[in-house]
Design a protein around this ligand. Structure first.
Ligand SMILES: Cc1cc2nc3c(=O)[nH]c(=O)nc-3n(C[C@H](O)[C@H](O)[C@H](O)COP(=O)(O)OP(=O)(O)OC[C@H]3O[C@@H](n4cnc5c(N)ncnc54)[C@H](O)[C@@H]3O)c2cc1C
Length: 391
């Protein structure tokens, strides 16, 4: 079977690229090895898909080449995707910090993409394993579990390695290497941390508790909720900072991010307050947290009995907690893969491989990783749309 364009991978970027090319009159086939396309869309955003963000800037993305994402993000903006969402009658809301979620279900977004593909005449085939890819003269030849295909343009939209049970593979990196493109090192990101040192029993005891923090690592900070888990630290603040963390780095965590705890305790003391320190702190922070976080035996005295040195020591413990995660939960739970196909080998305008005319890479398979908050889907939409103009 010959088509103008084959897209390997029916995820966010692949479906967007396919529909865009289909509308240009190209005959497009999407091939996916999973039993269903768009599985990550369905599980995203807690089942409600955080499909974009009102504010998308290049500094929300990490890549060995920080400039690569700029062109596509400026040509396909969040407003463009919001317009598509509204045109399909999908209702949505802003949750926090510009993050847009479906009111109902993430399947609204997948259905929107599949409808677009249908209107654009795209064929979508699942349970199709690609066994071999070769370029012979100016055509790509694909040997698949469903037979032979040839095409003029081949788009690799196979995503990253996170959640292998959802069909994630490193196939895109293999294709890149086969055609002479480099890949940057990859690792799991937007991922919870594990703690195995002396803090383990404490985080385990606090498991389930969530509170707002400011976390800093490698000169990057985020103010968001932290969630203690049995095995370590999770929640948006931890997922965000995981993009900047490298093994053996420590995290600096402030549990009272909007104030100065030492000053607050001194104010209580100067007011002649006779309440126990732990009860006063429990007005600012969850009681369960205060009780296990206070150094042994501290907190039971009246606040007017604390010296400046005591106060500094206690405030430091709440506002400058330094912890070194032993690792992360890895691809099993990570939202994204950091690294991927080296963007030096790919055109930021067309997404075509510089080594191989007709071969394109879009979405997460590329070395472009966004923050938590709808940035990764916006990259999928933008890169898929832009490549769709050329394939
Ligand atoms: C739990 C979870 C929640 C997330 N929530 C959000 C969110 O709310 N907002 C956000 O912006 N981002 C979120 N993300 C990240 C987002 O899902 C990805 O960045 C995005 O899906 C990447 O799109 P993609 O098309 O490049 O890859 P994918 O969506 O991963 O699609 C890749 C497709 O390729 C197919 N494939 C893989 N290998 C092969 C092969 N060898 N042969 C054929 N087909 C293959 C897969 O089956 C899949 O259908 C979340 C991720 C996870 C895991």
């Amino acid at each position: 079977m010959h088509v103008d364009c084959i897209v390997i991978g029916g995820g966010a970027a692949g479906l967007m690229c396919a529909a865009t090319a289909g509308y240009r009159g190209r005959q497009v086939a999407v091939l996916d090895h999973a039993n269903k396309v768009g599985k990550k869309i369905l599980m995203s955003g807690g089942g409600r898909c955080n499909f974009t963000n009102y504010t998308i800037e290049p500094h929300h993305y990490l890549s060995a080449n920080a400039h690569f994402c700029k062109s596509a993000l400026s040509r396909y903006k969040s407003a463009d995707f919001i317009e598509l969402v509204e045109r399909h009658g999908v209702s949505y809301h802003e949750k926090t910090k510009g993050q847009l979620f479906c009111d109902n279900k993430a399947s609204d977004i997948l259905n929107l993409l599949l409808t677009e593909c249908e209107y654009a005449g795209v064929s979508v085939t699942t349970q199709c394993s690609i066994e071999k890819v070769a370029k012979i003269s100016d055509k790509f030849h694909l040997q698949t579990s469903l037979g032979q295909y040839t095409c003029d343009s081949l788009v690799v939209a196979t995503g990253g390695l996170s959640i292998p049970t959802m069909g994630a593979t490193g196939f895109g990196y293999q294709i890149a290497q086969q055609f002479g493109l480099a890949c940057t090192p990859v690792w799991a990101s937007l991922v919870p941390f594990t703690i195995t040192d002396k803090w383990q029993p404490i985080v385990n005891e606090l498991s389930g508790l969530s509170l707002n923090v400011r976390v800093t690592c490698n000169k990057q900070s985020f103010s968001d909720p932290l969630l203690f888990t049995h095995r370590g630290l999770s929640g948006p603040a931890m997922l965000q900072i995981s993009n900047y963390w490298r093994p053996s780095d420590s995290l600096l965590i402030d549990f009272y991010p909007d104030g100065d705890l030492a000053e607050q305790i001194k104010t209580w003391r100067s007011q002649g307050n006779k309440s126990e320190l732990k009860n006063l702190l429990a007005m600012l922070l969850p009681k369960r947290f205060v009780e296990s976080w206070l150094p042994d035996g501290e907190g039971s005295r009246a606040v007017n009995q604390y010296s400046d040195a005591d106060i500094s020591r206690i405030a430091e413990k709440f506002q400058r907690w330094r912890v070194t995660p032993s690792g992360t939960e890895g691809y099993r739970t990570a939202e994204v893969t950091m690294g991927g196909v080296d963007t030096q080998g790919v055109s930021s305008k067309t997404f075509e491989a510089k080594t191989t005319p007709g071969l394109y890479f879009v979405g997460e398979v590329l070395d472009v990783t966004g923050w938590l908050g709808g940035f990764n889907f916006q990259w999928a939409w933008a890169s898929g749309f832009c490549a769709g103009q050329y394939v």
